[in-house]
Ligand binder design. Structure first.
Ligand SMILES: [Fe+2]
Length: 343
């Protein structure tokens, strides 16, 4: 995997850009910040521009890349939160969230979901005690099965970016690029056909609904959003697993939440072959504080190894954002031109 290690000078440049921005904005969710993030990102170091441009344009075989070496002040970021619910005031990690957003702006536009983490754009990936055994980013004891992020949704992001703030037990993030799979012509034929169903993952379910919402006047829209999700559960659309170029396909896969038509053995077997190959190509990457993992969500699946959470404020803590290359394709599901939340 390609890696860019920031020099001390580059980290200082980034810090000075962000220290100006944190004086002007209380949150990365402020409209003016989001509308201008590509402008602010122009000041980022040239090497960061080139590195992420290559990642975006060349679609290299790793399907992921890493920027590391940004200094994180373990004291200043405060304790790892116990939950993502009910955030108030200015985030103690505003600086880090802004850097994440600016890096993301070099790949596309930040988007979020009304049904995830109270409609926030920057998610906390932290162990939550009540979710210990769940297939969630906030689980811990169970292996988080590898998946395409938000695979069930047609408006899922093109990229997923994870920033590590803390990972004291060296918990590995797992990932694999579909480019490395070798399938037969018959398997390719089947996987390119709409013979699969993907249920929404648990992070979007009403069981994980928050108490407040980042957009306070959007209650009706949120209800409609949950109604849409219910339809996706009750009457899911049949989807292909592979799409794009047959010679180097894109993938949309979340085995834990997938089914085929009853009795479609051919489809099951083709999926099984793909799953086994991806499984054989899984890499593990231990993210360290100050590193950013960029995942191409069209080509690379990701997951997490099980671990024992501490729940004492020192747990593994990542920040997560979703990036789309084309904001317009979700316009019908966003309440305004500048809204980044998909309902
Ligand atoms: Fe994920």
């Amino acid at each position: 995997m390609n890696q860019l290690i920031l020099s001390a000078e580059e980290s200082n440049e980034i810090k000075s850009i962000v220290s100006e921005l944190t004086k002007r904005f209380d949150s990365v969710e402020e409209k003016e910040f989001l509308n201008n993030s590509a402008v602010y990102a122009r000041k980022l170091p040239e090497r960061v521009h080139q590195f992420l441009n290559d990642f975006k344009q060349l679609e290299g075989s790793a399907g992921a890349c890493l920027i590391s070496g940004y200094p994180i002040d373990n004291g200043e970021i405060g304790d790892t939160p116990q939950h993502w619910k009910g955030k108030t005031g200015i985030s103690a990690t505003l600086e880090e969230e802004m850097i994440l957003a600016l890096f993301g702006a070099l790949l596309g536009e930040l988007i979020g979901w009304s049904t995830q983490q109270e409609g926030h754009l920057v998610h906390d990936v932290i162990p939550i005690q009540a979710n210990e055994d769940s297939q969630l980013g906030t689980g811990s004891k169970t292996l988080l099965w590898w998946h395409t992020e938000d695979a069930f949704h047609p408006l899922r992001g093109d990229y997923l970016v994870l920033m590590c703030l803390r990972n004291p037990d060296n918990v590995p993030t797992t990932f694999a690029c579909v480019d490395k799979t070798r399938l037969t012509e018959e398997q390719l034929d089947i996987l390119f056909q709409p013979r699969y169903f993907i249920q929404p993952d648990e992070s979007h379910s009403e069981a994980h609904r928050g108490m407040q919402h980042s957009v306070s006047d959007a209650d009706d829209l949120l209800e409609a959003s949950y109604a849409k999700l219910a339809t996706m559960v009750d009457a899911p659309e049949a989807l292909p697993v592979l799409f794009g170029a047959r010679s180097l396909p894109y993938v949309r896969i979340d085995p834990y939440f997938m089914t085929t038509m009853p009795g479609d053995r051919e489809a099951e077997e083709a999926l099984e072959a793909l799953v086994n190959q991806i499984e054989g190509n899984i890499f593990e990457e231990v993210l360290h504080p100050g590193s950013f993992l960029f995942i191409d969500n069209y080509r690379t699946v990701h997951g997490r190894k099980p671990f024992t959470a501490r729940y004492d404020g020192t747990d593994r803590w990542l920040k997560r954002i979703n990036i789309t290359r084309d904001l317009r394709k979700s316009r019908a599901s966003r309440p305004s031109v500048s809204s980044r939340i998909i309902y």
